[in-house]
Design a protein around this ligand. Structure first.
Ligand code: C5P
Length: 205
């Protein structure tokens, strides 16, 4: 079984995808990490994430970078959302994601275009969302826990800019697949959101 979990930044999709993977005993891939690694690799090389050539070169990043906590930073998220709009970057990361999805036994992948582009054949597709204010609060709390000096207003602005870039880009925009079920986590804690996700997967698979 392939489970596709898509949605905007800080919607809870990563937490839900991890919990579903545990519940069903499936491997999990956070595809946002791949774009964050490309974004970070560009920044580290002194390149410009908006430059498609720089971004494409950075797709050959060292896999060790995927375990680096720097990928959790807002700078990495911002760079990721810029490099991810380049068609050559998306093409370079495509097969890796498809291979992961199609391994025997299935997988859970979370991202923006899993149900629409990476694994349109997925048996269960969730589109996880929450209001921008709730998502900004979650991300703000997470960054504060990490010891970072941020303001709520700044985090909200960042989330709104990322939503706009991810939804407005020409290639693989953030969009609910026609056959995906919507899960709004605005009023749900983690346990309730995970329980709701399992019910939806059971209903659709
Ligand atoms: O999910 P996360 O916030 O880690 O993703 C970082 C950025 O990577 C997103 O804002 C989006 O631009 C990009 N991304 C994407 N396609 C995916 C996963 C992430 O374009 N499947």
């Amino acid at each position: 079984m392939i489970i596709a979990v898509d949605g905007p930044a800080a919607s809870g999709k990563g937490t839900i995808a991890k919990a579903l993977a545990r519940h069903y005993g499936l491997p999990h891939l956070d595809t946002g990490l791949l774009y964050r690694a490309v974004g970070m690799a560009v920044l580290r090389s002194g390149g410009d994430p908006a430059d498609e050539g720089d971004a494409f070169q950075a797709c050959a990043f060292d896999d060790g970078l995927l375990d680096d906590s720097v990928l959790k930073s807002e700078a990495a998220g911002r760079a990721a959302s810029i490099v991810s709009a380049h068609p050559s970057v998306r093409a370079a990361l495509l097969e890796r994601q498809r291979d992961f999805a199609r391994q025997p036994g299935g997988a859970v992948l979370d991202g923006r275009d899993i149900g629409t582009v990476i694994a349109p054949e997925a048996q269960a597709k969730l589109f996880v969302t929450a209001t921008p204010a709730v998502r900004a609060q979650r991300r703000f709390d997470e960054l504060v826990r990490m010891g970072l000096a941020v303001t709520y207003a700044h985090v909200l602005g960042d989330i709104q800019a990322r939503d706009e870039r991810d939804s407005g880009r020409g290639i693989a925009p953030l969009k609910q697949a026609d056959d995906a079920v919507l899960l709004d986590t605005s009023d749900l804690g983690v346990a309730a959101a995970v329980a709701a996700a399992i019910v939806l997967v059971e209903r659709t698979r």
